[in-house]
Design a protein around this ligand. Structure first.
Ligand code: COA
Length: 259
């Protein structure tokens, strides 16, 4: 399949989806989110593909977040639509009946960390960094981060990360339970392929049931996703949002006032 911002490659029954905007640290603009949705749907519909790897182009970034330049001028209404679209696509990944592995090859920040967390398994290279730096822009995560980070690493660590915007390195992410393995960058994709090849030999029915049931464990929390979407939209009506994104784009430190 051909995409503007993605590479979709299938080999030996495994699809590798590469977010391909290397000059923008693979930041997710709206078109990329929509393309990921289309790619995941194509993957689900193709019976010959048994598993998917999601990774970022280049050696520096998995995905450095939503595209700040794009959303810097968004209204609360546009922000709400942006969050809804992201949630729909990331829920589709999480609820997929075939395994999806995030091969985290560098920065996984904001929407990148949220994308990785919507995958079923996360394998990282040694240079991977995880964070939800939205707070530095005067906003909050809008693609599930406030909910999934708590699930993955627990209340105390998640709250500290969300409030400080600090990053975890690969070793800390593994220790926190956010990823299952750290490998050398050159071995990252092969390791993911090996895992998916092993799973492909199991009963697809049992695989689908396990994926459904591990997600089922979290059903009770779904109300948080809806609240996150509306609170994310509200952020776009504040002076702090305008200050936060302008500061990033002008490469300076933000001065927040609470308005
Ligand atoms: N959205 C839009 N553009 C982004 C981006 C994002 N989330 N992250 C990086 N970029 C762009 C930069 O603006 C820069 O573009 P330019 O060359 O046109 O100036 C380019 O990608 C390279 O990034 P740069 O900041 O110069 O690289 P770095 O190595 O100094 O820092 C990061 C890398 C990832 C730490 C830094 O880019 C960063 O903090 N990104 C934003 C992370 C973030 O806040 N994400 C959450 C968004 S909700």
């Amino acid at each position: 399949m051909e995409f503007q911002n993605l590479l979709y490659e299938v080999e030996a029954g495994i699809c590798t989806l590469t977010i391909n905007r290397p000059d923008k640290m693979n930041a997710l603009n709206q078109e990329t989110i929509s393309e990921i949705g289309q790619a995941v749907q194509a993957f689900e519909e193709d019976e010959s593909i048994k598993g998917m790897i999601i990774t970022g182009s280049g050696i520096k970034a998995f995905v450095a977040g939503a595209d700040i330049a794009e959303f810097s001028s968004f209204s609360p209404g546009q922000a709400e639509k942006m969050a809804q679209n992201g949630h729909r696509v990331f829920n589709e990944i999480e609820n997929c009946f075939k395994p999806v592995i995030a091969a985290v090859n560098g920065f996984a920040l904001g929407g990148g960390c949220e994308l990785a967390m919507s995958c079923h398994i996360r394998i990282a290279s040694e240079n991977a960094r995880f964070g939800q730096p939205e707070i530095n822009l005067g906003i909050i995560p809008g693609y599930g981060g406030t909910q999934r980070l708590v699930r993955h690493i627990g209340y105390a660590r998640a709250t500290e990360m969300l409030l400080t915007g600090d990053m975890l390195n690969a070793a800390d992410a593994k220790e926190a339970g956010l990823i299952s393995r750290i490998v050398m960058q050159e071995e990252l994709l092969n390791t993911c392929r090996e895992i998916l090849t092993k799973i492909a030999q199991k009963s697809p029915l049992a695989v689908a049931q396990i994926l459904k049931l591990v997600n089922r464990y979290y059903d009770a929390e779904q109300g948080g996703f809806e609240t996150e979407i509306s609170e994310f939209a509200d952020c776009f009506d504040t002076e702090d949002f305008k200050e936060g994104v302008s500061a990033f784009l002008e490469k300076r430190k933000a001065q927040f006032t609470g308005r």
